[in-house]
Design a protein around this ligand. Sequence first.
Ligand code: GDP
Ligand code: IMO
Ligand code: MG
Length: 428
Amino acid sequence: MAVDVILGLQWGDEGKGKIVDYLANQYDIVARFQGGPNAGHTLKFDGKKYVLHTIPSGVFRPNLLNLIGNGVVIDPITLQKELESLEAAEVDYKDRLLVSRKAHLILPTHRYLDAASENAKGKEKIGSTLKGIGPTYMDKTGRNGLRVGDLTSPNFERKYQALRQKHLHLAGLYPKVDFDIEAEEKKWLASIEVLKGLKTVDGEYFINKQIKAGKKILAEGAQGSMLDIDFGTYPFVTSSNTVTAGVCVGLGVAPSQIGEVIGITKAYCTRVGSGPFPTELFDEQGEFLRKEGAEFGATTGRPRRCGWIDIPQLNYTIMVNGVTQLVVTKIDVLNQLETLQAATAYNINGEEHTQLPYDLCDVEITPILKAYTGWKASLDDVTTFEDMPTEAKSYVEALEKLLNVPITMISTGPERNKLITRALVATA
Ligand code: GDP
Ligand code: IMO
Ligand code: MG
């Protein structure tokens, strides 16, 4: 099987960028299959930090191809900024970055609509990153969208104007928000020239040819499974399928090509934006995790909500994704704790449940917590599982038992090399 998958099992920001960057060397191609600039994937190596939004996290590894798949929505303005920061870092991406012609474009008026619609929701707001994700996917499924391949069509101008007009008309339904359409449009029109200069491909043909040629592909997820449009905490979700199934439609590969599904979870849990979060901590414990884990959004800078790891939630996302290996990140954030907790079940109306309710939004959930003894030691110099403090090993083994999937990697810091590997991971 040619395509391995890396995806987040919680509400995003699990450390996907770091793990993709680490593993990328074992693959020929890294491909993003959904989402857009709502994602913020952080990579740290050689003392430098990089944040990617649209570009796959394999881009810093020389010789590797990186594909922005058809399932991704692209804002040419963000993409241009990302390319400029790659150029500043002297990364030669020119022949290694490919864009699917079927990927949809985020227009400035998509962002305008996102802002107007969120603003109109008031207290009910989703907490969107306001990158235009929802309106762009709406136009995709509504069969009105503009795609990368349209940029060179003789009808582009007509299609663009028609869509823009529709957006302005729709925006009129909402209370007004500040948005400088003219200025944003000027930037956008300049940035599509940069996008036109990139290598575009019929992504589905490209990837299947590569598979036939025996190449190994790593599909990089964005967001997390609890933000999936079908399986997440609807309506507090994003607008794409973030789960493994999204790889097939977001790249054009058959389900039979999917090999390892590597699911990432933090050693605790975070969420940014609104919506239910059963294990959220509102006390100094939550504040500790936020501070120690530097839990502030990589895209918006917003403080992330923090809580304990949630086993029913993880078992659910392991199930819908068919996870074959687990990665636990940010375990070092727990280093100083006397005791740590994991929710092993939910108490709903006095009954114990391990299955997620239909709608987490309209039930009162009290997590049933199990306590684990902390290790109260730095993991800085630990490079093997055997050398981890006994309590840290016990916590990892307890998680493995509760989740019934092998934990093959444990991340102990943001840097590329801060990783304990326990078994061979790449099988594609
Ligand atoms: P992504 O969206 O899943 O790629 O994750 P983000 O980049 O949004 O957020 C993860 C944050 O945690 C980033 O700031 C990473 O540099 C950082 N990080 C990743 N792994 C670890 C780890 O094991 N320990 C610590 N302390 N930080 C980590
Ligand atoms: P990465 O790939 C965390 C959240 C937003 C909001 C909801 C909808 O870095 O893990 P959208 O902009 O998609 O309309 O927002 O989803 N969200 C993320 N949260 N990490 C992300 O991406 C996210 N992308 C979107 O905060 O609650
Ligand atoms: Mg992120």
